[in-house]
Design a protein around this ligand. Structure first.
Ligand code: HEM
Length: 449
C-alpha cells in the first residue's frame, strides 16, 4: 500500500467497472432497484472491487471483508467520512460523524461513555415503560404503520439517553420539530418557502432554540448527570475549552438522526420475521414467557441481567441485522491517492464498503436468503458481520440499540399477538430498507396478560 504522489502508483490501474453517464452514472439503477441485485450483478461481473459513478461522483465500491477493514479500520486516516451538504445543514456541521481526527475523537469518547454498558444498564425500566406507553395505543383494532410506531419508540429512547428524564413540554417540542427536520433529510434541498427542505431548515432553527433553553436550565442546576447532555456539558479539552451550545446541539441532533430510523427499521423487520415464522415466534415466546413468569412470581420488573440472558431472542436480533442489513453501505472519500491490491483509488474519489453484499455472500453465510438465527451459534468470521460498521466511526449506540430491541421484543411477544395486513412482501427504500408501507399490522393484547 502506497499513498504518496500519483507517480508512485504508476503500476496501479483504476479498478474495473463502468462509469455510466457522468452525472447520472449508476445512481438511477442504485436507487431504483434492490441494492442487493444492483451490487451483486456488478460484483459478479467485475469482482470484489469495481468503479462506478454515484450522484455525480466517481466512486469505488468494495465488496470484501478485507477491503472494508482496509478502508474503515487499518487505513481509516486515508478515508474521511462524507455526507451530502444538505444533510449536514439539517443535522449541524459539528456533529461527530462529519469529522476526523482530534475533534472526532473527543466527541466520540463523550458519546461512547454516555452509551456504554455501564450507563445503559440503568435504563431498562425506563425503556420498558416507553415500550408499554408506545404500544398502548396499538390495541384499538386499528391497522397501524409498524415502522412509524417504532420510530416513536426509538425517538423516545433517544431522548432518554440524551437527557435522562426530560420535562414533557420540552419532549413535545423536540418531537414536533424533529419530525419536520426528519421529513427534510430525503427531500430535494432548496430554499423555496413551503418545500419540505425549507420547512426542515426552519424547524432545525427552532430545535437550536429549544436545545439552548434545555442546556441553559441544566447549567443553572449544576447537575452532574451521566446522560449524553451531562457528558457534553462537563467536557473540557486539554486547553480547558468547553463545548459551545451549538456543538452540543449538533451532536444531540446527530444522535437523534443516527438512532431513530435505524433502530425502528430493524424492529419493524423483526415483527415481520417473527410473524412469518410461527415456530420461531413460539421459541422466542417460550424464552420470554419464562422471564415474565419469574418476574411476575417475584413481583419484579424486567432487569438488566434478563436482557443479557435471552439467547434465542438475541440470535433473532443478530440474524435480523444481517438479513435486513439496513445500513447497506457507507461512504468515505479518499484524502490521498491510495493503492489497494494493485488498484488505484484516486484522491477525491468516493469509496463505499458494501456491508449488505458481505452479509449476503454465501461464502460467509450459507443460504444467505434464509432467515436462520441458529447460524449465530457460531461466531461469524472476522469482518464479515458489520451491521454497526467497523473502526473509528463504528456505531457507539450499538448496545443501546440491541437493548431497546430486546426490551420491545420481550414486551411484544409476552403481551401481544399480531397480524400483518395486506401485501406481505416488498421492500421500500427510504433510504433504509423497510417492509412495504411500513408494515401495516393489527395488534391484540394476549388475554392471559
Ligand atoms: C439497529 C440500530 C443501529 C444501526 C444498525 C446502526 C448502524 C451504524 C453504523 C453502520 C454506523 C457507522 C457508519 C459509518 O461508518 O459510516 C453508525 C454510526 C453511529 N451511530 Fe449507529 N446504528 C444504530 C443505532 C444507533 C443508536 C441507537 C445510536 C445512539 C443512541 C447510534 C449512534 C451512532 C453515532 C453517533 C454514530 C457515528 C459514530 C462516529 O462517527 O464516530 N446508532 N451506526
Amino acid at each position: 500500500m502506497k499513498t504518496n504522489s500519483r507517480e508512485s502508483h504508476e503500476g496501479a490501474k483504476l479498478p474495473p467497472g463502468s462509469m455510466g453517464w457522468p452525472y447520472i452514472g449508476d445512481t438511477l439503477q442504485l436507487y431504483s432497484q434492490d441494492p442487493n441485485s444492483f451490487f451483486a450483478s456488478k460484483q459478479k461481473r467485475y469482482g470484489e472491487i469495481f468503479k462506478t459513478h454515484i450522484l455525480g461522483c466517481p466512486c469505488v465500491m468494495l465488496a470484501s471483508p478485507e477491503a472494508a477493514k482496509f478502508v474503515l479500520v487499518t487505513q481509516a486516516h486515508l478515508f474521511k467520512p462524507t455526507y451530502p451538504k444538505s444533510k449536514e445543514r439539517l443535522i449541524g456541521p459539528s456533529a461527530l460523524f462529519f469529522h476526523q481526527g482530534d475533534y472526532h475523537l473527543r466527541l466520540r469518547k463523550l458519546v461512547q461513555v454516555s452509551l456504554s454498558l455501564d450507563a445503559i444498564r440503568n435504563l431498562v425500566s425506563d425503556i420498558e415503560a416507553i415500550a408499554a406507553s408506545t404500544t398502548d395505543s396499538w390495541v384499538t383494532g386499528q391497522v397501524i404503520n409498524t415502522f412509524r410506531e417504532m420510530k416513536k419508540y426509538s425517538f423516545e429512547v433517544g431522548i432518554l439517553a440524551v437527557f435522562g428524564h426530560l420535562e414533557a413540554r420540552y419532549r413535545e417540542e423536540l418531537k414536533k420539530n424533529y419530525g419536520i427536520v426528519d421529513k427534510g433529510y430525503n427531500s430535494f434541498p432548496t430554499n423555496i418557502p413551503g418545500t419540505p427542505y425549507k420547512k426542515a431548515l426552519l424547524a432545525r432553527k427552532r430545535l437550536s432554540k429549544i436545545l439552548s433553553d434545555i442546556i441553559c436550565e441544566r447549567k443553572e442546576k449544576r447537575l452532574l448527570e451521566k446522560d449524553l447532555l451531562g457528558c457534553l456539558l462537563n467536557s473540557k479539552d486539554e486547553k480547558g475549552q468547553v463545548l459551545s451550545d451549538e456543538q452540543m446541539a449538533d451532536n444531540i441532533i446527530g444522535v437523534f438522526f443516527a438512532a431513530q430510523d435505524t433502530t425502528a427499521s430493524v424492529m419493524t423487520w423483526i415483527v415481520k420475521y417473527l410473524h412469518d415464522d410461527p415456530k420461531l415466534l413460539e421459541a422466542v415466546k417460550a424464552e420470554q414467557r419464562e422471564i415474565r413468569k419469574f418476574n411476575k412470581e417475584n413481583n419484579l420488573p424486567l432487569r438488566w441481567a434478563h436482557t443479557r440472558n435471552m439467547p434465542i431472542t438475541y440470535k433473532v436480533v443478530l440474524e435480523s441485522l444481517r438479513m435486513a442489513s439496513i445500513i447497506s453501505f457507507t461512504f468515505r472519500e479518499a484524502v490521498a491517492d491510495v493503492e489497494y491490491k494493485g488498484y488505484l483509488i484516486p484522491k477525491g474519489w468516493k469509496v463505499m464498503p458494501l456491508f449488505r453484499n458481505i452479509h449476503h455472500n454465501p461464502e460467509f453465510f450459507s443460504h444467505p436468503q434464509k432467515f436462520d438465527p441458529s447460524r449465530f451459534e457460531v461466531a461469524p468470521k472476522p469482518n464479515t458481520f458489520m451491521p454497526f460498521g467497523s473502526g473509528v466511526h463504528a456505531c457507539p449506540g450499538n448496545e443501546l440499540a440491541k437493548l431497546e430491541i430486546l426490551i420491545m421484543v420481550h414486551h411484544l411477544v409476552t403481551k401481544f399477538r399480531w397480524e400483518v395486513v395486506g401485501s406481505e412482501s416488498g421492500i421500500q427504500y427510504g433510504p433504509f430498507p423497510v417492509p412495504q408501507e411500513g408494515l401495516p399490522a393489527r395488534f391484540w393484547r394476549e388475554s392471559t396478560n
